[in-house]
Ligand binder design. Structure first.
Ligand code: PDD
Length: 290
């Protein structure tokens, strides 16, 4: 079951007109909300980011936060997996092809839930291999735009070389990866690229920043030079589907000693604890009798 323009239906029945500007221009934005044990993670933060993306491209927000949450609940309840990813896709709507934004369109809204593919134990224990490439994307990477051709080209090149992700540098500075943020440990300090127009402000990145602050782990939010990335003791990627994972090979060379580092292991444990739902009260019999 999916949601399209206010209705729930099987995905096979979903139709959109070919003049939808999402199809013609990639004129739309998206959001991805991870759901663990049927509970959306950081729902408010995801809604706020969707609002910011929509406002940046001047598409009216079709959702209140309550409707946004209700659509997630309904789709999640209709699917068997406890862990799911809910994908929101909102385009400007349908209009004769013209580059300028037409006024008064009704946005097209599509939402689907899929089982969440979480990292394997091997990926956690051994880390990931990545390629490093020049960031060829546009200059508004803070908008979660559906126009992802640059991301797709870069990722495809990297996966063709047997890498799981592609880490991007622009003009000698680290930006992010094709679908994750990147942090670097250098001289024992966690270096976090600033949330400017060159990176997506990741919800998982913010979780890490909070954990670093709460646990008083040395960190700096500042531009990270490519040389610092390449000479790092540890490199991490963060995203809704990965939480935090270590990068252990970059362009075929080991990062640090080639194994996930101690700070990474600490962060991963702290992050996982945040996602665990609070302890249920002591068992008092089967749910039917409660
Ligand atoms: N990707 N940077 C980019 C370019 C991304 O596409 C993503 C997320 C992130 C991490 O953001 P968050 O921590 O909020 O997931 C950073 C999602 C998962 C996607 O494209 O499906």
């Amino acid at each position: 079951m999916i949601y399209l323009n206010g209705e729930y239906m099987p995905i096979e029945e979903a139709r959109i007109p070919v003049l939808d500007r999402g199809f013609i221009f990639g004129d739309g934005v998206y959001e991805f909300v991870p759901v663990f044990e049927r509970v959306p993670f950081r729902l408010h933060e995801h809604f706020a980011r969707l609002e910011r993306s929509l406002a940046a491209v001047k598409i009216p927000n079709p959702f209140s936060e309550a409707t946004f949450a209700a659509v997630i609940d309904k789709l999640v309840a209709a699917h068997p997996s406890a862990n799911q990813g809910v994908y929101f896709h909102i385009t400007r709507g349908v209009a004769p092809r013209d580059h300028s934004f037409p006024k008064g369109l009704t946005p097209t809204v599509f939402v689907m839930a899929n089982p969440l593919t979480l990292p394997t134990q091997k990926q956690v224990d051994e880390g990931l291999a990545v390629a490093v490439r020049e960031d060829i994307r546009w200059l508004r990477c803070d908008i979660k735009s559906t126009s992802l051709l640059g991301h797709c080209m870069l990722r495809t090149e990297a996966t063709g070389e047997g890498c799981a992700e592609v880490v991007l540098v622009r003009d000698g500075f680290l930006t992010e990866a094709s679908s994750s943020n990147v942090l670097v440990v250098k001289d024992g300090v966690v270096l976090c690229p600033p949330k400017d127009h060159l990176i997506l402000p990741g919800i998982s990145y913010d979780v890490i920043l909070e954990l670093l602050a709460v646990h008083r782990i040395a960190h700096e939010v500042r531009p990270v030079r490519e040389a610092e990335l390449r000479g790092a003791e540890e490199v991490w990627i963060t995203s809704s589907t990965k939480d935090v994972l270590a990068i252990t090979r970059m362009d075929g060379k080991p990062v640090g000693d080639g194994r996930p580092g101690p700070l990474f292991r600490r962060m991963r444990t702290l992050f996982s604890a945040l996602k665990t739902p609070p302890e249920k009260p002591a068992h008092r019999g089967s749910p039917e009798h409660d």
